[in-house]
Structure formats: C-alpha cells, structure tokens
Design a binder for this molecule. Sequence first.
Ligand code: F3S
Length: 81
Amino acid sequence: AKYTIVDQETCIACGACGATAPDLFDYDFEGLAFASLDDNEGAAKVPAELEMDLEDALDGCPTDSIKVAEQPFTPKEALGR
Ligand code: F3S
C-alpha cells in the first residue's frame, strides 16, 4: 500500500501534481498542494488504481515536495498542515 502527503514548506505551487494526478492532489487558497484523500494527513491508503498517477506526480514535482511511504504518515510528519 502507498500513502502520500505534500510538504507545503517546499511546495512552490507549480501545479504539476494536480494536473498529473487530479484524484490525489488539490490546492489550498495559496495554491499550495495537498493530498486530497484525507486533507494531507497521509493516513489514507492510495487506491491501487491511482498508484500509477502517484508515481508520475512524484517524478514530476520539481521540488520533491510529494512524499510517498509504504506506511501511513504520523501527524508529526504531515508537515505544514
Ligand atoms: Fe507543489 Fe510539487 Fe505539486 S511543487 S504544486 S507539490 S508538483
């Protein structure tokens, strides 16, 4: 299983992730991305059919702000939200 969050400390609101994986990433009022599955808590399992989109978004982020793990993220790791 995969879990994901966006580090909003380093996201530059480039908009690539939401274009690549519209079901996984959305933007806040500042244009900063967040994982839309669970409001960037990283505790919701990425649906298997979206794992490919996740990989593409991960590869496409210019600032490496998309974090992916095999385990749910802890609240402390869910940076910036
Ligand atoms: Fe931010 Fe990277 Fe998405 S810079 S908008 S997390 S592609």
